[in-house]
Design a protein around this ligand. Structure first.
Ligand SMILES: [Fe+2]
Ligand SMILES: [Fe+2]
Length: 372
């Protein structure tokens, strides 16, 4: 029997705005959050490095480590100027008619403040997501049964510590405030960590969350004119491309032996993750802080003319990777149908991330240049 929307995402209609907004962070002052992980920690006595692609990735990771201190932290960041430049580029607010919406009376002051809050929120969610990756990958070191994967995952743990570090440092020294974790993101991370099946950690984190992060970082990297965040994102992307490749390579092998019903459960988990991530990008906490009617604001966001483009881009890595893993077309194309409804299926033939990490390696390029 297949799961209903209610069972997978807690609501019957994907676009039910009331249900989306009913999910909020109920304890914004908490300093620690516990999730019970039920997975077994697995020793392997087979030390043979037999998985060539994973071995190659591990060797690459060892030579691609970088130090957060080497980024140009002395760069002066004028957050309002960045907000103005971003607005000119991203279009939200420019070509739209806001009559009858919460933005009807917004002038430059409000739009700049919104831009500033948006940066604070976006970088905060990146930071929280990176901590999710740190925890998930440490979990994979324990739970995956293959020695090559344990080796590789250990390098990713170091990468993720560095990512949390750089986003936290950027927020503390260059921006003007933090946001707690978005409730949809938190729900997704909790589900991934709590699942006892090691491959679900990979699917949730390496394929879905990191696939989206890679696209989101790429989008921001392209848009921004602020040199420090540009460099920071580019370095983080060099690592993330390896992480997504790690997920794709591992799951490709593992899925071969799964039954049709087990694959179907993976499809449902991918769908749940996709919806949670889409919900998080409605940035309800920013609207709340701006003092506008959150529901009305979210409705405007959902119907903005450039929304499908932005939302689609976020899924531009996830969809081809799901296709490569066979998740799109299994069970009579169940996930293909879902991704079509979410409006993201057009990316299925974009480059998948199994090999992309070699071309995205900015760290190696910089080192070659320094030597030359
Ligand atoms: Fe990361
Ligand atoms: Fe990562």
């Amino acid at each position: 029997m297949s799961a209903t929307n209610e069972q997978m995402i807690g609501r019957a209609e994907v676009d039910d705005v009331n249900a989306i907004l009913a999910v909020t962070n109920s304890d914004v002052d908490e300093v620690a959050h516990a999730v019970r992980a039920e997975a077994d920690a697995i020793f392997t006595w087979d030390y043979e490095q037999s998985r060539k692609a994973l071995h190659k990735l591990y060797e690459k990771a060892k030579t691609s480590q970088w130090n957060a201190n080497d980024l140009p932290w002395d760069t002066e960041v004028d957050q309002e100027a960045v907000a103005i430049a971003n607005r000119a580029l991203n279009g939200f607010g420019d070509q739209m008619d806001f009559k009858g919406t919460p933005f009807e009376n917004w002038g430059d002051k409000e739009w700049i403040e919104f831009g500033v809050q948006s940066q604070n929120w976006t970088l905060s969610q990146f930071m929280h997501g990176e901590q999710g990756a740190l925890i998930c990958t440490a979990q994979i070191v324990e739970t995956v049964p293959w020695i090559d994967a344990k080796y590789y995952a250990s390098t990713q743990v170091m990468d993720e510590a560095r990512h949390v570090e750089v986003f936290a440092r950027y927020l503390d020294t260059k921006l003007s405030g933090h946001y707690p974790i978005n409730a949809h993101l938190k729900m997704l991370l909790d589900d991934i960590i709590a699942d006892s099946r090691w491959d679900m950690t990979y699917l949730g984190m390496q394929v879905m969350v990191e696939g989206l992060a890679l696209a989101a970082f790429g989008f921001m990297h392209q848009m921004t004119t602020e040199p420090l965040i540009k460099k920071l994102l580019r370095y983080v992307m060099s690592d993330e491309a390896r992480h997504v490749a790690f997920g794709v390579l591992s799951l490709q092998e593992y899925y071969q032996q799964l039954s049709a019903s087990e694959i179907r459960e993976r499809q449902e988990f991918a769908f749940e993750a996709a919806v949670r991530m889409r919900d998080r990008f409605l940035q309800q906490e920013v609207w709340e802080r701006m003092g506008v009617d959150v529901k009305e604001a979210v409705k405007v966001v959902l119907t903005a003319p450039d929304r499908p483009i932005f939302q689609g881009l976020l899924f531009s890595k996830i969809v081809p990777n799901c296709k490569k893993l066979g998740l799109l077309d299994a069970a009579d194309g169940w996930l293909r149908q879902r991704f079509t409804e979410l409006g993201v299926i057009q990316f299925e033939d974009w480059v998948d991330t199994g090999e992309e990490y070699t071309t995205l390696d900015e760290v190696a390029k910089d080192r070659e240049q320094a030597v030359a």
